[in-house]
Design a protein around this ligand. Structure first.
Ligand code: NAD
Ligand code: UDP
Length: 325
């Protein structure tokens, strides 16, 4: 049993990770400022004997005694991270400095939730970890992309200079229950739109691709990486099955049995054209690969949003975002 800190624990991925850590008998401290996270995501564990909630912003220093740190605090949806772009880059950079300082002080192992966005609009396909990426350093996505890249730099420098026991997970698009209905990401947007009988908003011509990982697989990959000794280089965690955004829209319409129209809207600036992880390293080092494919993962996700929209379960809605873009 370990004392584990999860920053961003009230968010989509963090709350699923916390469930799994508690199931395994660990003591969990959830740190969150509730910018995009929600109390609803963690309500079911608030009274758990091994769970503690700390309302705090990772940009500010904090003294805690833990053995393991998952640093997930950062808005992840483009709508959210562009809402206050200065705060986004501060969260990534100052947040990881504070968490690395803590890891150094208490000799904790720390995992950084990095992202496929470090590859930007990639010119290499699929993306391997040794690809340096193609990021616009001054565009609207750079507060997130460059913040996460700087965080990786800090993680590696604290490892080399101070011998901190670090991990870097490069997470690719992940979906599932507890995504905020209004956070603007493509899976939650399309599912909610189709369930509400509204047109699906496809940005651009829908030929851009993404590779979607179901949340249970992702959490499994993160935990395997954390628990693998002596590996400090970045590892892609994602599902390599690649779909165009139009194919995703069709699949969601088919599964819901909906005939809503597709409405084409302007493609956001610097939207990556294609994205697919090469997961050879995760297979070799972690013996991990995703198990849940898109059809099945969407069934769980659609069923979750269906119940949430009918009021059968509480629906987390995040602060600051409108219903679509
Ligand atoms: P999310 O927005 O649901 O969760 C982020 C959590 O961090 C929220 O609970 C939010 O309130 C909290 N937070 C934000 N800023 C904070 C701050 N300054 N101090 C304390 N807490 C703060 O997003 P998610 O999808 O759960 O993503 C979790 C992590 O994984 C993020 O770091 C994100 O960059 C990374 N990631 C996610 C995906 C994905 O597809 N979901 C892909 C790549 C990387
Ligand atoms: N997208 C879309 N319609 C939406 C939301 C997103 O067509 O309602 C597209 C978006 O332009 C991008 C892809 O879907 O090409 C994935 O977007 P998301 O915001 O989920 O994540 P990203 O990978 O861009 O960070």
């Amino acid at each position: 049993m370990k004392r584990v800190l999860v920053t961003g624990g009230a968010g989509f991925l963090g709350s699923h990770l916390i469930d799994r850590l508690l199931d395994q008998g660990h003591e969990v401290l959830c740190l969150d400022n509730f910018f995009t996270g929600s109390r609803e995501n963690i309500r079911h564990v608030l009274k758990h004997d091994h769970f503690e909630l700390v309302r705090h912003d990772v940009v500010e220093p904090i003294l805690l005694e833990v053995e393991t740190i998952y640093n997930l605090a950062c808005p992840a949806s483009p709508v959210h991270y562009q809402y206050n772009s200065v705060k986004t880059i501060k969260t990534s950079v100052m947040g990881v400095i504070n968490m690395l300082g803590m890891a150094k002080r208490v000799k904790a192992r720390i995992l950084q939730a990095s992202t496929s966005e470090v590859y930007g609009d990639p010119q290499v396909h699929p993306q391997q970890e040794d690809y340096w990426g193609h990021v616009n350093p001054i565009g609207v996505r750079s507060c997130y992309d460059e913040g996460k890249r700087a965080a990786e730099t800090l993680i590696m420098d604290y490892h080399r200079q101070n011998n901190v026991d670090t991990r870097i997970a490069r997470i690719f698009n992940t979906y599932g229950p507890r995504m905020a209905a209004n956070d603007g990401r493509v899976v939650s947007n399309f599912v909610v739109q189709a369930l509400e009988g509204k047109s699906l908003t496809v940005y651009g011509d829908g030929s851009q691709t993404r590779s979607f990982c179901y949340v249970s697989d992702l959490v499994d990959g993160l935990m395997r990486l954390m628990n693998t000794d002596g590996y400090h280089l970045p590892v892609n965690i994602g599902n390599p099955n690649e779909f165009t955004i139009l194919e995703l829209a069709e699949e969601i319409r088919t599964q819901i049995g909906s005939s809503v129209e597709i409405r084409f809207e302007e493609l956001p600036q610097d939207d990556p054209k294609q994205r697919k992880p090469d997961i050879t390293r995760a297979k070799d080092v972690l013996e991990w690969e995703p198990k849940v494919q898109l059809k099945e993962g969407l069934q769980h996700t659609i069923s979750y949003f269906d119940r949430a929209l009918k009021g059968e379960i509480a629906m987390p809605r995040s602060f600051g975002a409108s219903d679509s873009r």
